[in-house]
Ligand binder design. Structure first.
Ligand SMILES: Nc1nc2c(ncn2[C@@H]2O[C@H](COP(=O)(O)OP(=O)(O)OP(=O)(O)O)[C@@H](O)[C@H]2O)c(=O)[nH]1
Length: 600
């Protein structure tokens, strides 16, 4: 295919601004899908995505479109919009020449619109601003155009006005893609250079590698080489997504598709790698991407310890589909055998946990998530820590460092006061405020990542009645006065409840934590002391008094159905309990750590 008739583009947007709807609309208008399929939102085919209405995994699809008598091949690379999946956005963008920047006609420019627009600007893409949902009864189109100009530096006159849902303005979108996105470069007879921008595991076909051909041609039967590892394979099959998989004989410069090589392990295919011809290799590989970094870690333990192997199998299966999370077996005195898992962020963690429970049918106990810390030890060594239990003796630590995030808040001006307060409470460093029109502002802070990921989103939403959005980037590690706080239940340290916090905050959080635990742990036949301690020093204490009465006694013996209900509820509750010494600790208690920042 002649490259001048190919266009490669992405749609980038803040979450819920209508990316998937527009993608489907483009497929519908070009005849790639039917009206019925349009309704089913075919690009979001993971059931979790449907449930949650968010796009998690980037997809790609080739569309044929005839414009002024000429047929074009338009390759659409869909991207997720949530902060946790930033790296997937940058992957997809590197395979394109242009991007549609979609902005909701009422909500306007939001934090992730900014982040995604900057990511596209960084890789020099042609950006087409598109204002979506113009059918809404209330819109702010003029202000939205002004935001596009002032915040993103894009020409508002270039913006298209569309309704992806109702199909208004979609022809203009096609026209703009063809006229404004430059065609790809590259020669079909040059040595092959194909960029690996995604990969997926398929239980029948093995690993499918998604490639964008930069130079040369790739054909079925060709011997190819993955340049990073130097491994070679035969191309067993090659094709495009239209949107279903359709085989073809070759892919030329500028084209996007998948290759099958019989690789069984997703770990062998590195996103950002270059595929070349094994016999006539290219001299250089293409510039790659940064690897996704797991920033949040948590322990996952089967409630029933006999489910350990089942959990291991499921984690392994899941990691075949998602190479951005990691797992390692670990043991805890309190929870037994389980796994320490690394995630890109909290949403990613929730999604993995849900998939495990759904697909593996294993009840899980999860420990409170923590970020990765860096330690400079007195012996000069630096050490990364992703589990509070690994923190050595305070005496051997020279410097304790935590990850710092640069956070952009976009919010109504009424939210400025509350956010300044919140950021101050969370050890934030103020950077700047920029006003967007009269009612909204962009505020930038540097904050410890740990303070951002747990509940900053919720806090921002409540401070701005849902109108504020945030986006963050980890900018490095910084030294802070951090300590490990342990929890003792009836005199025994419960390892899975240890947390790392700032010393200045430790007493308050320690007190809150033991109070929460007191609420979560039910009364036993004996008194239970719950203590928070730094090293050997107790900083907070609560006592759960001994149980006196039988709980069912409340029912006065009369109403048997009520009693049964009560017993059933207790049994259900027991499922997610852990016996620690003589004390039963419910799942929720292990997450209390997260709420320790809140005064009650
Ligand atoms: N009124 C109106 N609603 C729209 C329009 N386009 C999309 N929506 C609705 O907006 C919501 C979000 O649309 P999606 O297409 O799922 O948004 P998205 O940007 O793909 O969201 P993520 O995949 O979660 O990032 C859905 O309820 C859509 O029906 C539009 O043009 N008009």
């Amino acid at each position: 295919m002649d490259t001048q008739f190919i266009r490669n583009f992405s749609i980038v947007a803040h979450i819920d601004h209508g990316k998937s709807t527009l993608a489907d609309q483009l497929l519908l208008k070009s005849g790639a899908i039917t009206q019925r399929e349009f309704k089913e939102q075919i690009l979001d085919d993971l059931s979790i995505e449907r449930d949650r209405g968010i796009t998690v995994k980037a997809r790609t699809v080739a569309i044929n479109y005839t414009f002024e008598g000429q047929e074009y091949e338009l390759n659409l690379i869909d991207t997720p919009g949530h902060v946790d999946f930033h790296y997937e956005v940058s992957r997809s963008l590197a395979a394109c020449e242009g991007a549609l920047l979609l902005v909701d006609a009422f909500q306007g420019v939001q934090a992730q619109t900014v982040a995604n627009a900057y990511a596209a600007i960084e890789v020099d893409l042609s950006i087409i601003p598109v204002v979506n949902k113009i059918d809404l009864p209330v819109t702010r189109i003029d202000e939205v155009l002004e935001e596009i100009e002032t915040v993103l530096g894009l020409e508002p006159d270039d913006a298209l006005m569309i309704s992806a849902r109702d199909g208004i303005g979609v022809d203009e979108v096609f026209e703009a893609i063809i006229n404004r996105v430059p065609p790809p470069q590259g020669k079909s007879d040059a040595p092959l250079q194909a960029l690996v921008f995604d990969s997926k595991y398929d239980s029948f076909r093995g690993v499918m590698t998604y490639v964008r051909i930069m130079e040369g041609t790739i054909e079925k039967g060709q011997r190819i080489k993955f340049m990073r590892e130097g491994t070679t394979y035969d191309v067993l099959d090659i094709g495009q997504f239209r949107p279903e998989m359709r085989v073809c004989d070759r892919l030329g410069p500028g084209q996007v598709g998948y290759i099958l090589t019989g690789i069984k392990d997703l770990g062998q295919v590195h996103v950002g790698d270059t595929v070349t011809d094994a016999r006539q290799p290219a001299e250089k590989s293409l510039p790659g991407y940064q690897l996704p970094q797991q920033m949040v870690f948590a322990g996952l333990y089967p409630t029933d310890s006999s489910d350990f192997e089942k959990l291991r199998d499921s984690l392994q299966k899941l990691s075949l589909n998602d190479s951005s999370f990691s797992y390692m077996a670990e043991t805890s005195d309190a929870l037994g055998f389980g796994f320490r898992c690394g995630f890109l962020g909290l949403l990613h963690m929730e999604i993995i946990q849900q998939r495990l429970e759904r697909e593996a049918d294993v009840d899980l106990i999860q420990t409170a998530p923590n970020v990765t810390y860096e330690l400079l030890l007195r012996n000069g060594e630096t050490k990364k820590i992703d589990n509070p239990q690994e923190v050595p003796d305070a005496g051997s630590i020279q410097e304790f460092r935590e990850p710092i995030a640069r956070v952009n808040f976009i919010l109504p001006t009424t939210g400025i006061g509350p956010i300044m307060q919140l950021a101050a409470d969370r050890r934030g460093t103020y950077i700047s405020t920029e006003y967007l029109g009269t009612n909204r502002a962009l505020m930038i802070y540097e904050l410890p990542l740990a303070e951002v990921i747990y509940d900053m989103h919720d806090k921002l939403k409540s401070a701005t009645r849902g109108y504020g959005t945030l986006d963050y980037d980890v900018i490095g590690f910084r030294a802070a006065d951090l300590v490990k706080v342990d929890v003792l239940v009836k005199g025994n340290r419960v390892d899975a409840l240890s947390t790392i916090m700032h010393r200045a905050d430790a007493e308050r959080r320690g007190r809150n934590l033991v109070k929460r635990l007191k609420k979560e742990i039910s009364k036993h036949q004996f008194e239970i002391a719950i203590q928070a301690a730094i090293g050997g020093k107790v900083i907070a204490r609560e006592t759960i008094s001994a149980l006196r009465k039988n709980v069912t006694a409340k029912c006065y013996g009369g109403d048997i159905t009520r009693k049964r209900k009560l017993w059933a509820k207790q049994r259900e509750g027991k499922k997610r309990m852990r016996q620690f010494g003589q004390v039963e600790i419910p799942q929720k208690a292990f997450l209390s750590v997260l709420e320790a920042g809140e005064d009650q």
